[in-house]
Design a protein around this ligand. Structure first.
Ligand code: COA
Ligand code: ZN
Length: 314
């Protein structure tokens, strides 16, 4: 563990289920249901909610109501509303809705960039430069999410040197925060810890976020490894929803309530009221018409106790 980065006592959660979660659902969730859900989430102590994406409605039909969602939700000062944006058109739409943050998205690998965005990383960087011209002076925080940072479902390994080069170029452009994304759950804890230590050491002033998917059951382990490297910002999705529709084999993000439960049990302050969050998580199967992978909502917190069986105490 880096001496500069002891395990943090406090972390921040960015809830991405309204974006990463709903984008891959089979069914469109009605706009008013999304708004009620996000309003409920925003009372639970989450630091940030990625409410939607301003993408092409042809690419992501489930989020075609992005503007109505962002302008329809209650804005509470304590919760930043962010939205995923792939290009200049998306940035203009997001700005028009007064988001607090724009989360630009690009891929670290050419193949996923072309499959997901029809853009290579180089083309995405050109878009970002144009977007930063438009957003300058707006006061909106500009974050960039780097998909396939820990591996690409088409190309396999993405060299760490390539990831560091792209992070450097993002920061040089004027991007304020960077999210390292394990798009299809290819990362392992050793790899996550090494890359997180590397970026924190090289760019100690830049807020870095970890975004992991639990596709191979390593989501919580990877989050823990990032925390041990000194990462304080995590993306996660209620219920463990999520996945990129243009990344073969993609499944859900690390589950927010399971992540909060783990960190709170370890004495790390997440700022989240876990009981309130679990109450919202319990409404998910009705909202999206199927069961979700989240575990704590089914098992109860680790403080749950059961009565002894009568036969054992007689
Ligand atoms: N918001 C709304 N509409 C958009 C848009 C945006 N941000 N960007 C492009 N469009 C529209 C264009 O106006 C055009 O519409 P038209 O056919 O009615 O004229 C159409 O989409 C195609 O535009 P073009 O610039 O050629 O885009 P493209 O077809 O090359 O698609 C993206 C590029 C980035 C817009 C598209 O691939 C996309 O939205 N991808 C998002 C993928 C995603 O969110 N993945 C999951 C998250 S990781
Ligand atoms: Zn994701």
């Amino acid at each position: 563990m880096s001496q500069l980065s002891p395990c943090p006592l406090r972390i921040e959660i960015n809830e991405v289920a309204p974006r990463d979660g709903l984008q891959i659902e089979a069914r469109f969730v009605p706009t008013q249901d999304k708004i009620r859900w996000i309003d409920a989430l925003s009372t639970t102590g989450l630091k940030r909610i990625e409410a939607t994406s301003f993408t092409s409605p042809k690419a992501i039909p489930n989020l075609r109501d992005a503007a109505d969602v962002v302008t329809g939700i209650q804005r509470r000062g304590a919760v930043d509303i962010t939205a995923l944006v792939p290009n200049i058109k998306g940035a203009e739409r997001a700005l028009a809705c007064n988001v607090d943050e724009i989360n630009l998205v690009m891929s670290a690998s050419d193949s996923h960039g072309l499959a997901n965005l029809r853009m290579t990383p180089e083309q995405s960087l050109e878009q970002f430069a144009a977007i930063l011209d438009v957003t300058q002076g707006s006061g909106v925080f500009i974050n960039a999410s780097l998909s396939t940072t820990f591996g690409c479902p088409f190309e396999g390994e993405v060299p760490e040197a390539r990831v560091l080069e792209l992070v450097e170029r993002l920061i040089a452009l004027g991007i304020q925060g960077v999210t390292l994304c394990d798009t299809t759950g290819m990362a392992n804890p050793t790899q996550v810890k090494r890359l997180c230590e590397a970026v924190l050491e090289r760019w100690p002033e830049t807020p870095f976020t970890l975004h992991v998917h639990n596709t191979r059951g390593m989501g919580l382990a990877n989050a823990l490894a990032a925390w041990q490297a000194g990462i304080t910002r995590f993306d996660s999705a209620l219920g463990g929803l999520g996945g990129c529709p243009f990344a073969p084999g993609a499944t859900g993000n690390v589950c927010t309530e399971d992540l909060v439960h783990m960190f709170e049990a370890m004495g790390v302050d997440t700022g989240v009221d876990l009981d309130a969050l679990l109450n919202v998580a319990a409404t998910l199967p009705e909202l999206i018409s199927h069961e979700v992978p989240g575990q704590v909502v089914k098992a109860g917190k680790s403080t749950r106790r059961y009565p002894m069986p009568v036969s054992a105490i007689q």
